[in-house]
Structures are given as C-alpha cells and as structure tokens.
Design a protein around this ligand. Structure first.
Ligand SMILES: Cc1ncc(C[n+]2csc(CCOP(=O)(O)OP(=O)(O)O)c2C)c(N)n1
Length: 379
C-alpha cells in the first residue's frame, strides 16, 4: 500500500507505465503568417486583394490609430470617460472585420474600435459611447451587431447564440466575436465554444492574445502553449495567426468565415500586443518593461504593412499625405458631431431609465444634481 506522502508521484508514474494505452485523439495547432516582421513575404499565401483593397486595409488601421490617439487626448482634457485604446491591435481587428460581409454580426468587447469602424460604425458613435451616451452602442441600421460588452468573456456566448439562430433560420450570416486572452480564463468562453460546436453555430471567435489582461501577463493566464488549442476540447477548429500581420489575419479570417457559414465554428488566436494602456485609467509602466514595449514597437502592424506597400510601389509620400488628411478631417468632423450630440443630452437622464421609483439615495443625488451641486453628493 503506497503511502500518500512522498511517493505519490512515483506511484502515479508507475501506474501510467503499467497501463496498456491506446491513442484515441491527436491534434496540432497551426500558425499562419504572410508578412514577417522583417518584411519577408510568403507569396504563396498572399490573399487575392486588389491594390485598392490593400490601401483600404492600411487606411482603416491608420484611421483607428488616429481615433485612439485623439480619444486619449480628449479624455485627458476631461471631455471623455474611460477609454480603452486598441493601439497595436489594428491588424488583428481590421483583417478579420474586412473579411466579414456587411450583414454579418459583430459582437465586440470594449476595445474594438478598429473592427467597428471597418464594419460601418462611424467614429462619432464610438466617441459617444465613451461620453457615456447609450446611442454610442448602437449599430447603424439597428442590426448586425451588439453594443460593447464590458463584463469580460460574456459576449462570446451571445455570439454563439446568434450564430445558432442564423443556422436555425437557414441564413448565411456569421457572428464574429472579439475577446482577449484574459477572457479565456472565464468559464463563459468555454461554454460558448462548446455550445457553438454542439449546435454548429455560424460563429467565429477572435481571441486577441495581446499578452495582458490589465496587469496580468499571459504566462499567468494559462499553462497551455496556445490559446487556439482551447478549441480542441470543444470539437471545433482552432488556428493561430500572427495578429500583427494584416494579410495573414485577413487570409485566416476568410477561411474561418467560409467554414462558419457552413456551420463549422472557428476559434482564431491572433498573437498581438497591447502597445498602449489597458484603459485611460491604467499606467502600464508599473508592471512591464520598456524593453518589451520597444520590441513590440518594432513589430507594429501599421509600420510593417506600410513598408510592404512601399516596397510594392503602392504607397508614396503623396498618397500617404492624402490618407492622413482625409482621416484628420473625418475625425475632426466626428468629434464635432459627438460634442453636438453630447450637448443635446440632459445628464439627469442617467437617473431616469433604470428605476420606476428612484431609491432614496438616487433621489437625493438627482435633487443635488438638479440643484446645481455639480455632483457633490455622498453617493
Ligand atoms: C467579469 C469581469 N471581471 C473583471 C472585469 C474587470 N476587467 C476589465 S478588463 C479586464 C481584463 C481583460 O483582459 P483581456 O480579456 O485579456 O482583454 P484586454 O483588456 O486585454 O483587451 C478585467 C479583469 C470585468 N470587466 N468583467
């Protein structure tokens, strides 16, 4: 009778060796990259995209980057609430969203500016969301997407349900949902993958492994080698892609969307890096090294793609300036529209639509607010 202390491990190993075992399942996870950080291109994998489409991808990434930069500045001036920049993650999102059809569903978390812009949400809506306005969560046209989800890991379940609903209705649309590496530690994400597998949901799960969940590094998130392999237990396809390579991401997303339209859900792990703060309330300098940030700056998805376009004579100084000017004027107009929308809102609305009868403490806050106390309540 083996004792439980000291000899436990040996005993288990002994049992393993003694058992006759049969291999019942085997799997591999593949990783895709078309455009390397050193600008090597795998021509065989290049997606079929016109020159115009390639420039579109570039402009979409730059538009999102500039929106983030302007939003951070607005937040610092006290004009916006908390804002979560996607700086560094543009390729992972633009590449996937660009492969979607207009009437596919986008099911975002809270850092999805690049994907939302590509899927047709105007920048002023995104700013309105950060202004605390419910209209900011609307998808233009009223369908084809859900508002941002702040509770981590919840929205993949919604996407699995939507993807199943599309299948039940005999339609071809796919639900594409975005979440982070941290979200994969939430049970909801496994439930979503599992449900999608069982019910052949028309869903693509895009996990942006940006290496951080606020200050928690990826090494504390999982003992698994990849996040893509989390698909295996759910019986669905899992694939990894260099998330800073917009061409690779687009290529993988195209295939994933095709599979999902046929009722085969896919989990994509896009390897990327959150180059900026978690949100405007965060200071990454307290938990990560400058050297690490510098390494990823060199792998920036926009710079990498810009060099590719320049090498192929698709982008010169004139075109770059045109793109920058267009983005600046679009964003200036969007900021004006967001400010106008904000000025039309009565801030006391926040007290009006949750309760039929306001609880006493909120009643007191409302009175203080309307009495011009400027929010100085004890709530
Ligand atoms: C259920 C839940 N727990 C905790 C939080 C607080 N929180 C907000 S973002 C975040 C980290 C999310 O990390 P990840 O999923 O990797 O996404 P990323 O922020 O990197 O895009 C946490 C813990 C939350 N919003 N919801």
């Amino acid at each position: 009778m083996p004792s439980y202390t000291g000899s436990r491990i040996n005993t288990l190993e002994h049992v393993r060796i003694a058992m006759a075992r049969e291999e019942v399942a085997e799997f591999t996870i593949e990783s895709v990259r078309v455009l390397d950080a050193d600008e090597t291109v795998d021509d065989g994998l290049l997606p079929e995209l016109s020159d115009e489409a390639l420039l579109d991808l570039y402009e979409a990434m730059k538009r999102s980057r500039r929106l983030d930069e302007r939003a951070i500045a607005l937040q610092r001036r006290g004009e916006l609430g908390t804002y979560a920049p996607a700086i560094g993650q543009e390729a992972a999102q633009v590449g996937t969203a660009y492969a979607m059809a207009d009437d596919d569903w986008i099911v975002p978390s809270f850092r999805e500016q690049p994907a939302l812009l590509v899927h047709g949400t105007p920048p002023d809506r995104i700013l309105q969301y950060a202004l605390g306005m419910e209209e900011g969560g609307e998808i233009p046209g009223g369908e084809g997407g859900l508002p941002p989800a702040i509770p981590v890991g919840t929205q993949p379940l919604h996407a699995a349900g939507i993807g199943w609903g599309e299948r039940l209705q005999g339609r071809e649309n796919v639900a594409v949902t975005y979440f982070g590496d941290g979200a994969t530690s939430e049970g909801d994400v496994y439930e979503a993958l599992n449900f999608a597998g069982v019910y052949d949901a028309q869903t693509v799960f895009v996990c942006q492994n940006n290496r951080y969940a606020i200050s928690t590094g990826i090494e504390k998130q999982t003992a698994a080698e990849t996040l893509a392999q989390k698909a295996i237990a759910a019986g669905i396809e899992g694939i990894q892609v260099d998330g800073n390579d917009v061409l690779g991401v687009y290529r993988v997303a195209q295939e994933a969307l095709d599979l999902a339209r046929d009722g085969e859900p896919v989990l994509i792990e896009a390897l990327t890096y959150r180059r900026s703060m978690h949100t405007t309330s965060d200071d990454p300098t307290v938990y990560r090294e400058r050297e690490e940030e510098a390494e990823w700056e060199a792998r920036d998805p926009i710079v990498r793609f810009q060099v590719f376009l320049e090498d192929r004579d698709l982008l010169d100084e004139g075109t770059k300036a045109e793109i920058d000017e267009r983005i600046e004027s679009e964003l200036a107009e969007a900021i004006d529209r967001a400010r106008e929308a904000r000025d039309r809102v009565d801030p006391a609305d926040m007290f009006r639509f949750v309760y039929d009868d306001l609880p006493p403490e909120l009643e007191a806050q409302l009175e203080a607010f309307e009495g011009g106390a400027g929010g100085e309540t004890d709530g």
